[in-house]
Design a protein around this ligand. Sequence first.
Ligand SMILES: Nc1ncnc2c1ncn2[C@@H]1O[C@H](COP(=O)(O)OP(=O)(O)OP(=O)(O)O)[C@@H](O)[C@H]1O
Length: 279
Amino acid sequence: MSTAVRVRGLRKEYPGHLAVAGIDLDIPDGEVFALLGPNGAGKTTTVEILEGHRQRTSGEAVVLGEDPGTAGRAWRARLGIVLQTATDAAELTVAETVRHFAKYYPNPRDPEEVIDQVGLTAKAGARVKSLSGGQRRRVDVALGIVGRPELLFLDEPTTGFDPEARRQFWALIDALAHEGTTILLTTHYLDEVEALADRLAVIARGSVVAEGTPATLGGRERAEAVVRWQDERGDHEERTPFPTKLVSQLAADRGELAGLTVTRPSLEDVYLDLIGEQP
Ligand SMILES: Nc1ncnc2c1ncn2[C@@H]1O[C@H](COP(=O)(O)OP(=O)(O)OP(=O)(O)O)[C@@H](O)[C@H]1O
C-alpha cells in the first residue's frame, strides 16, 4: 500500500513564533486520520502546508507523491479541501455553486448527488447567502468532495452542525472512506474521532505528543479498569489491571452482580492527560 501523506521533521516558524516544531506523519492510502490538539497547537498550519497553501520553513513533505510546496494544478485537482473558514457566500444558489465548482475538475461527481449527500436537496434553489451557518458549512463540504478527491482535507468540518447533521456527515465520511478516499481531519470533538478515525495524532505546541488508534492512544487499552457493582451493602468500586479476573471471582462467589460495569479511561480522559502533561 502506498502512502498518501509522508512528513518528516516539518517545521513552520512565524516571526517570533515556532508554530510547527518538527512533525513526522505517515498516512497510508485509504486511511481516515485525525489531528487533535488544543487551540493554537499547529494543526491548521500543518494541514495548510500539506494542502500547498502555506510554505514550510523546513522539513520534508510528500502528498500524493509530490511536494505540496511546488506541485501544480493537476495535483491540486486530486485534493478536496474544506477549510476552517467558510467559503465566501456569493449571490449564487447552492446548486449553481456546486455545479460551478464541479467544472474545475476532470472527473467530478454528479452535483445533484453531492447536494443530496450533504443533506441540502431542500435548499438547492436557495442562495448560499441566505443559509444558516451550519448549512453553509455543508456547502463547504459539498465543494470539498465534488471533485472526487483522492485525498480530502477537513479542517473542523462539523463546527456549527446540529447533532443530526453531524451524524449525517459521519455517514458521508464513512461512505467516502469505503470508496477508498484518504481523509485527513482536524477536529475538537473526541466522539467524532472515535466514530471516524482509523488513527490519530495528538499535537500540542507544534509537536506530536501521541499517536495511535482511538482505542489504544496513550496505552488506553492497558490502563487500569474500574469495576463497579452493587449488593445489599451498597455500591462498590474497585480499580484493577485485571478486570476479567476480578469479575469472574465476584461471579463465582456471588452469582449475578447487580449494576455491573467495567470502564477504562475514555479517549477524552487520555487526551486531557496528554495535553495536561505539556510543560
Ligand atoms: N499567519 C500567522 N502569523 C503568525 N502566527 C500565526 C499565523 N497563523 C497561525 N499562527 C500561530 O501559530 C500557532 C498555530 O496556529 P494554528 O492555526 O496552526 O493552530 P490550530 O492547532 O489549528 O488551532 P485551532 O484549534 O484554534 O484551529 C498559533 O499560536 C497561531 O497564533
